[in-house]
Design a protein around this ligand. Structure first.
Ligand SMILES: [Zn+2]
Ligand SMILES: [Zn+2]
Length: 442
């Protein structure tokens, strides 16, 4: 492996041809069998004399070895444990953790995965203390990132928080994670096919910063994860390790680039739409990585459609001329409720639907069409190979399997344009006047 984690964590960073000096925010990553034995040493290394340990009943059970190690070595600590019901990453959860916080603690230790880690990162940011996460599942790529994916005021937001100083990932724990969470990790990883492809397209179409080294780092981790995925059903430690490494490397790659582009694209926006609708209308949701997995297949389908298009300038101009933002706001409000308002405000800042801005982008798209198709060819795998991979590990291949209707899939696709100010496939299809046709293939 050209880019192993210890190389990526170099203190002095990596001087890159993109003119940036790339730095990782996480300092220690231990992914091995028996990794929890390092936990007391890590707590001492980061100057902790008393640890505030955050977990929920499920993660505490999964990570028993971690809390036992803390007790065995006599490290002073206060444990706050949420119940066993699914934990929403919202005001209530953060409030509970804060109200049980022990002011005599000087280091935060999370034992868990997505939600516990997101809350731990917030507590660490608020207290200014060092933060160690003991991973209980390789289910999402937030381990090495400095943001927390939260629900605030009923809206899904990515809050600036604190990147863990150390990730302690014990394969003895991770290999016993629920199979759905192992599948979710694979889902959050295969999403990177789309994210890298869209990052390159955004560089061409809207002139975004792009770094080939960062893309290579992701491709390598993704490749390793996909090649070993068959071992997941047998809980093969090497396969589980490849997923966990992929999750950590994705976070580091986002640190390196200073943006989320290396780790998320339109498939993540599908997932955000379903999460936001779940908060607002109590529609079905699944694990982040599972939603990303099925949305990756949807995105590959959409890019396969893009490849069949011969751009028609007049058709695109007419489509945009007939587009009514006012009508579209109604559609957004119907489908996203309160969440629509931030998207509408986003457009007032961004003006992506502006006719003149569209015309400029369309020129670039038409002039670079061969290049755009070539990038899609280079970056994206065959639809069937990804479908077979997901089926082989027992992961869903369609959102209908967790209760999302075809109409909801199509509507989510249209709304992915507005989730963030990022150029993704739904924007490309809108620019080409092909959005409504593309919707029909989903
Ligand atoms: Zn670079
Ligand atoms: Zn993700």
């Amino acid at each position: 492996m050209e880019y192993n984690i210890s190389y990526l964590l170099k203190n002095d960073g990596i001087k890159c041809s993109c003119k940036k000096q790339h730095f990782a925010q996480v300092s220690d990553v231990i992914i091995e069998s028996g990794a929890v034995k390092s936990l007391p040493g890590l707590i001492k290394k980061y100057g902790g004399s008393k640890a505030f340990v955050l977990a929920d009943e499920n993660t505490l059970k999964a990570g028993t070895a971690a809390i036992e190690e803390i007790r065995r070595t006599g490290i002073a600590h206060t444990l706050y444990c949420f119940g066993s019901e699914p934990l929403e990453p919202d005001e209530r959860a953060v409030g509970c953790a804060v109200m049980h916080y022990d002011l005599s603690c000087d280091i935060i230790v999370g034992i868990g995965s997505g939600v516990i880690n997101d809350i731990g990162k917030i507590i660490a940011a608020l207290t200014g203390h060092k933060y160690i996460i003991v991973a209980t599942a390789p289910s999402m790529d937030g381990y090495a990132s400095a943001t927390s994916s939260m629900a605030r005021d009923g809206l899904k937001v990515s809050l600036p928080s604190k990147c863990p100083d150390a990730v302690c990932a014990d394969l003895d724990i991770l290999c016993n994670a629920p199979m759905r969470m192992l599948c979710a990790g694979v889902g959050d990883m295969i999403a990177k096919y789309i994210s890298i492809c869209e990052w390159r397209l955004a560089q061409i179409i809207v002139g975004e910063y792009y770094c080939e080294t960062v893309a290579k780092i992701i491709r390598e981790a993704l490749d390793k994860c996909v090649k070993s995925a068959a071992g997941l059903t047998k809980r093969d430690p090497l396969a589980v390790k490849a997923v966990m490494e992929g999750m950590v490397i994705s976070g580091i790659a986002a640190n390196y680039a200073g943006i989320s582009r290396p780790a998320s694209g339109v498939e993540h926006y599908f997932s955000h739409v379903w999460d936001m609708r779940g908060l607002e209308f109590h529609t079905p949701v699944d694990l982040h990585g599972i939603q990303c997995a099925v949305a990756t297949l949807l995105a590959i389908k959409l890019y396969d459609y893009v490849r069949t298009i011969k751009p028609d300038r007049q058709k695109a101009l007419d489509y945009v001329k007939n587009f009514s933002f006012e009508d579209y706001c109604g559609f957004l409000r119907d489908n996203m409720g309160f969440g629509a308002e931030s998207m509408i405000q986003g457009e007032y800042k961004e003006h992506k639907y502006d006719v003149e801005k569209h015309r400029l982008r369309l020129d670039v798209i038409i002039n670079n069409w061969d290049n755009i198709c070539q990038i899609i060819d280079e970056e994206l795998p065959e639809y069937d190979s990804v479908k077979d991979l997901l089926q082989s590990i027992g992961a869903p291949i369609s959102p209908t399997e967790f209760g999302i209707s075809r109409e909801e899939i199509q509507n989510a696709f249209v709304i992915t344009k507005d989730i963030r100010d990022k150029y993704v496939v739904s924007r490309l299809l809108w620019d080409l006047g092909e959005l409504d046709n593309a919707k029909q293939i989903l």
